[in-house]
Design a protein around this ligand. Sequence first.
Ligand code: PGA
Length: 262
Amino acid sequence: MSSSTITPWVVGNWKMNPMQADAFQLIEEFKQLLQQQEIPSERCHIGVAPTLIALTNIQAQLKDANRTIFTVAQDLSKVSGTGAYTGEVSAELLRDSQIAFVLIGHSERRELFGDDAETVKAKLHNALNADLKVIYCVGESLEQREQGVAEQVVLQQICDIASVVKTEQWQNIVIAYEPIWAIGTGKTASPADAQAMHVKIREGLKQITTWGANIAILYGGSVKAENAVELAACPDINGALVGGASLNAQSFYQIASAFAQK
Ligand code: PGA
């Protein structure tokens, strides 16, 4: 399978936004846009990652959309199962609520909430063993890019998880390359830079797993309606993880539409 035959993914990462009423409105508007002009499921997978407290409400609200829209958790516990772990939500509890996707390794979790390589590995292990699909985020800081070690850092983050992913579980992984300096800053990696890193990630994945050619590699970092067409045109960018622009139904729709035309 060549990279261009991978069905693209567009996933909205809402982070700690928005209030319930606005979230409701956002989904209603997005469903309406899909009614007006359909984006066929086979052209593009679409998902949204609301806050934990809104997850099941949004999932219910999406049930009558004219196509599948996945509900994605933004995080999960490094502890599995159930038990005396105040404040935690495990992979099994997500699964029990029919949440089938989870983000792991987002740079905000790594930088602000202490998700080091060991924690990320534990979360990934739990998610995959509970049959969740994982969007695994990787990306370098500006300093690392300026030092010329961006590629090394990103490939290391991929190698970090190799020991906990069983051969057949690679099918349940999507990679999101998100250069930290491009997240929420309005600075997008140039399509050429993003494409170059995606090629390196693809090469790395192919060395680690026989499934490497089939894994979707998304780009994230200030993706908006204005740059989506250009990013979607890059052969090795198989979709987008969208933060800020996913809070606007029209922008998110346009981004999904750009990738659906890939
Ligand atoms: P951004 O965030 O699109 O607002 O830059 C992307 C992300 O952090 O997933």
